[in-house]
Design a protein around this ligand. Structure first.
Ligand code: NAP
Length: 294
């Protein structure tokens, strides 16, 4: 083992069900590194403002070596950092913070984590993609797809949210991003062009087990693949109905592992074993019922 003790962690609220401590502890062990990855629950702003400043100061002074960021702080940390990577700037959210000297750099590994797992789990041919939901994770997915030359539609229950996302990404990509309402009547006309559907809403999560983001009564496109960002449970209602219709589909555990592996490498310079990380999650799943969040 090397002598360095890594102090890593996650800021967000609430964090009781986060899988990241399990994943990163397994990563440390798999690389034979000493250290720990701790949850730092920080309430939403304005209540958590002081705690957020204190922990970022600990990172700046070297008491902590690296931090993940999850809901509700992915955007609120941005003004407290010195630099953003181009990807974090484009997505407008940070999920990983690292230190360079005394400067704090905000990065976002969700986009690359999604693209890597999309490719290894489904390896779709580039075509038309429909993203359901227009929150933080959707931003990373839409930007990644659009940079990979997919023609993208974003569908949300509040059309203005999808339109705002589409407008901000359109200025950075050549491939077009369009916005529609998350309703059967709006989705039906574009289904012939859709070869990939991504669920970026929380529908189907453990707290919402039987819910599906796909409009009731609308047939799924016959040749589409389904990527559901939800990763607990391991098979969502959406994935189940896709499989019943003969479509290839996956949930988001692979993305969770990939984004964690990318962050771990940024902090430690080492590549952790993804199968060890995945195995640690499966062992935890066997013991408890978890719900979403990194
Ligand atoms: P978020 O920022 O809160 O966005 C959620 C989106 O879903 C919003 O557009 C929201 O619309 C919409 N939505 C929520 N409830 C809905 C409903 N009942 N019907 C229709 N739309 C609804 O959340 P997020 O961070 O993007 O996360 C979204 C999901 O992705 C979560 O399940 C999260 O666990 C998962 N995720 C997975 C990974 C991974 O590595 N696999 C990474 C990140 C996120 P409103 O604003 O109108 O509520």
């Amino acid at each position: 083992m090397s002598g360095k003790q890594f102090a890593l962690g996650l800021i967000g609220w609430p964090l009781e069900h986060s899988l990241s401590p399990v994943i990163h502890t397994a990563a440390l062990r798999s690389c034979e590194l000493q250290g720990e990855y701790l949850p730092y629950p920080i309430p939403p702003l304005p209540e958590g403002a002081q705690a957020l400043r204190v922990i970022l100061d600990d990172l700046r002074r070297g008491k902590i070596d690296g931090l993940n960021v999850t809901i509700p702080h992915k955007q609120s940390v941005v003004p407290l950092l010195d630099h953003l990577t181009p990807v974090a700037r484009a997505i407008g959210a940070v999920n990983t913070i690292l230190r360079d000297g005394r400067e704090l750099i905000g990065d976002n590994t969700d986009m690359q984590g999604f693209l890597r797992d999309l490719s290894s789990a489904l390896s779709p041919r580039v075509g038309g993609a429909l993203v359901l939901g227009a929150g933080g994770a959707a931003r990373a997915v839409v930007y990644g797809l659009c940079k990979s030359k997919w023609k993208v539609w974003v569908a949300s229950r509040r059309l203005d949210q999808a339109t705002e996302l589409a407008n901000s990404i359109n200025s950075m990509c050549i491939s077009p991003v369009s916005s529609i309402s998350l309703e059967a009547g709006e989705i039906e006309p574009i289904t012939p062009e859709i070869t990939l559907i991504v669920n970026a809403t929380p529908l189907g999560m453990a707290s919402n087990l039987d819910a599906s983001p796909w409009p009731l009564g609308l047939p799924l496109p016959w040749d589409a693949m389904i990527y559901d960002l939800v990763y607990v449970p391991q098979e969502t209602a959406f994935v189940r109905s896709a499989n019943k219709n003969g479509l290839r589909a996956t949930t988001g555990l692979g993305m969770l592992i990939e984004q964690a592996a990318l962050a771990f490498e940024l902090w430690t310079g080492q590549q952790a074993s993804k199968s060890v990380m995945r195995g640690a999650v499966k062992a935890t799943d066997a013991q408890t019922n978890r719900s979403g969040g990194i």
